[in-house]
Design a protein around this ligand. Structure first.
Ligand SMILES: Cc1ncc(COP(=O)(O)O)c(C=O)c1O
Length: 388
C-alpha cells in the first residue's frame, strides 16, 4: 500500500455544483467564465509574433529570466508612479508558482501564512501543497471590506507572511493605505513578509483609497509584489508572471540570493515566452482597454437590471473582473447556484467558494460576453422573483 502525501486531500470529491454542471452538459449562460481568451475579446493581430523570434532557439538559463524582460516588467510599474529596479524582478511561470517559490523562501513545513478572507479560493490549496497552515485575516463587509487588523496581530508564532490581494477577488476592494501601513508595521515588528497580489491592479472600476498605489516600492517591510500576463495582458496560456522584491536593503539582498537558489532548481519560465514578453507588454494596453470596457459595460447593465428588484443589491466594485451580487437569502448559496444551473442554464459562482461571510451572495464574471450577460441576468432575476 503506497502512502500518499497529506498535502493532497485524501478524498478528492467534486462538489454538488460541479456534478450538476457535468450532468447538464452545455451551459447556455455561463456568467462564471474567468478565462479571458474564451470571452470574445479582441486581441491585436501579431500579439504573439515575438514567440517566433529566432533568439528563442538559444537556451541561456537564467534563474530570474532575461534582463530585457525584467526591465520591461519594471517599466510596467511606471503606471503607478513606482520606479522598480529590474534587478529586483523575478520571472515565474504563473502567480501560483510565485506563491510556491515564496512559501519555500519564507516558510518551513508546518509554518503559517495569513490569508485574507473572503478571497481567492486557491490560497488554501497552494499553502497546503507547500505543507503550510493558513490563519484568516477577515475583511469586514460593513467597513468597505477593510481587514480586521486585530486578527493579524493574533496570528500564531509560526506565521511567516501576510498575503494581501490588491484589489481583492471577488470583493474588488483595495487595501486602504492606512491598513497597508499598519500591516507593514506589524510585519516588520514580527519579522514577517508581505505578499501583495496585484494581478487585478491594472483593472480599476470604481477605485477607492489605495487604488492608485502599488506595493512594489514599499520599503518598510520585506515585500513581494505579484503580477502577471494572465490578467495584465489577458493571456493566462502564456504562463508568465513575476515577483518584485522590495523592503529594507539587507533583507532584499538576502531574499534575492535565496530566491535565485530556488528558481535555479526549476528554471520554469519558457525562453521564447520570456523573450516575447517586452513586446507583448507594450502591446497589451489595447487588451486591457477591451477588458475594462467589457467590465464597465457589464456593471452598468447589472445595475440597471437589478434596480427594479429591491431585495437585490450590487455592492460597489473597486476593481477587478468580478461582481458580487446579494440576492435574498431564501436558499443557501450552493442550492441557489445549483438551481440556477439546472433550472435556468445559468452558471454562477456561489459565495461560499470564496468564504463570503453572508448568505445569498453570488459572484459573477464581468468578462462575460454582453448578450449572454443580459440573458443570464434576466434568468437569474426571474428565478429570484419566483423564489420570493
Ligand atoms: C487573486 C488572484 N491571483 C492570482 C490568480 C492567477 O494568476 P496566474 O494565472 O498567474 O496563476 C488569480 C486568478 O484568478 C487571482 O484571482
Amino acid at each position: 500500500m503506497v502512502a500518499f502525501s497529506r498535502r493532497v486531500p485524501q478524498r478528492l470529491e467534486s462538489n454538488r455544483l460541479t456534478e450538476a454542471a457535468a450532468a447538464r452538459g452545455e451551459i447556455p449562460f455561463d456568467l462564471s467564465v474567468s478565462n479571458p481568451t474564451a470571452c470574445g475579446l479582441p486581441y491585436p493581430d501579431g500579439l504573439l509574433a515575438g514567440l517566433a523570434d529566432p533568439a528563442g532557439l538559444r537556451y541561456r538559463p537564467d534563474p530570474f529570466g532575461p534582463p530585457g524582460t525584467r526591465a520591461a516588467v519594471a517599466r510596467e510599474y511606471e503606471r503607478w508612479g513606482a520606479r522598480v529596479d529590474p534587478a529586483r524582478v523575478v520571472l515565474t511561470a504563473s502567480t501560483s508558482e510565485a506563491y510556491s517559490l515564496l512559501f519555500k523562501l519564507l516558510c518551513d513545513p508546518g509554518d503559517t501564512v495569513v490569508t485574507p478572507t473572503p478571497s481567492y479560493p486557491l490560497f488554501d490549496q497552494l499553502s497546503r501543497l507547500d505543507g503550510l497552515a493558513t490563519h484568516p485575516l477577515p475583511l469586514d463587509p460593513d467597513d468597505d471590506w477593510r481587514p480586521v487588523l486585530a486578527a493579524a496581530h493574533a496570528a500564531p508564532d509560526t506565521t511567516r507572511a501576510v498575503i494581501v490581494v490588491h484589489p481583492n477577488n471577488p470583493t474588488g476592494s483595495y487595501l486602504h493605505p492606512e491598513d497597508a501601513d499598519a500591516l507593514a508595521s506589524t510585519c516588520r515588528g514580527r519579522g514577517w513578509a508581505v505578499i501583495a497580489d496585484e494581478v487585478f491592479l491594472p483593472f480599476p472600476l470604481a477605485g477607492g483609497p489605495g487604488s492608485e498605489r502599488s506595493f512594489a516600492t514599499r520599503e518598510d517591510a520585506l515585500t513581494f509584489t505579484l503580477g502577471g500576463l494572465s490578467k495584465s495582458a489577458g493571456l493566462p496560456q502564456l504562463k508568465l508572471a513575476w515577483i518584485v522584491v522590495s523592503g529594507p536593503e539587507a533583507l532584499v539582498a538576502a531574499a534575492l540570493a535565496r530566491l535565485e537558489y530556488i528558481a535555479d532548481a526549476y528554471l520554469s519560465v519558457s525562453t521564447p515566452v520570456a523573450l516575447a514578453a517586452p513586446q507583448i507588454l507594450s502591446a497589451s494596453a489595447t487588451v486591457r482597454s477591451a477588458i475594462s470596457e467589457r467590465c464597465r459595460g457589464n456593471l452598468v447593465i447589472l445595475r440597471e437590471l437589478a434596480a427594479g428588484l429591491p431585495a437585490v443589491t450590487v455592492p460597489s466594485v473597486g476593481g477587478g473582473w468580478s461582481a458580487l451580487v446579494r440576492l435574498p437569502a431564501v436558499l443557501d448559496d450552493e442550492e441557489m447556484a445549483v438551481r440556477l444551473l439546472t433550472e435556468r442554464g445559468v452558471a454562477v459562482q456561489p459565495g461560499f467558494l470564496f468564504d463570503l461571510p453572508m448568505d445569498g451572495a453570488i459572484v459573477l464574471s464581468l468578462l462575460t460576453p454582453e448578450p449572454i450577460w443580459r440573458k443570464g441576468l434576466a434568468e437569474i432575476f426571474d428565478a429570484v422573483r419566483s423564489w420570493l
